[in-house]
Design a protein around this ligand. Structure first.
Ligand SMILES: [Cu+2]
Length: 152
């Protein structure tokens, strides 16, 4: 009886693709990545914005955001929406932790990054860069794109 071919990788082209894919995924291992970051273009009377994103933790330990800053704004904070006496209100949050291999969504109904005192009026399609400082001393760069005020 003929011996069966081994199940794994007997077609060179497919094997090579598999290795490349593994290498690409490996590039994210050990880092914290911000994805899909966006903000609404503020009303003409406003100078503050909320930034929304998804933070992915590709490390094997939990990581905590301890501060937020941007060269394009005078200060930054983490905020959370809470219901208080039937009114939605935002309150500052000192730290936000993302579990090992976990992710955290910052979206309009929950957490967001607040930037105060924008130095320049943004238009739709413009980007703003900010930095999330983590508890282990590393920084996560974020580039958020401005969307129309009414859209989300
Ligand atoms: Cu806020």
């Amino acid at each position: 009886m003929k011996k069966k071919a081994p199940a794994a990788c007997n077609v060179p082209a497919i094997c090579a693709a598999g290795f490349l894919l593994a290498a690409a995924l490996g590039a994210q291992e050990g880092s914290i990545v911000a994805k899909d970051a966006w903000a609404r273009v503020p009303l003409p009377s406003q100078n503050d914005i909320a930034v929304f994103l998804v933070l992915e933790n590709h490390t094997g330990e939990k990581r905590t955001i301890v501060s937020v800053s941007s060269d394009a704004a005078s200060s930054g904070e983490i905020h959370e929406m809470i219901m208080q006496r039937a009114v939605m209100k935002m309150v500052p949050v000192a730290r936000v932790t993302v579990g090992a291999h976990g992710k955290k969504s910052f979206d309009p109904n929950d957490l967001h990054i607040m930037l105060f005192g924008l130095k320049k009026k943004p238009s739709v399609g413009d980007t703003i860069t900010l930095t999330l400082k983590m508890d282990d001393g590393t920084s996560v760069p974020v580039t958020a794109t401005f969307r129309k005020y009414a859209s989300n």
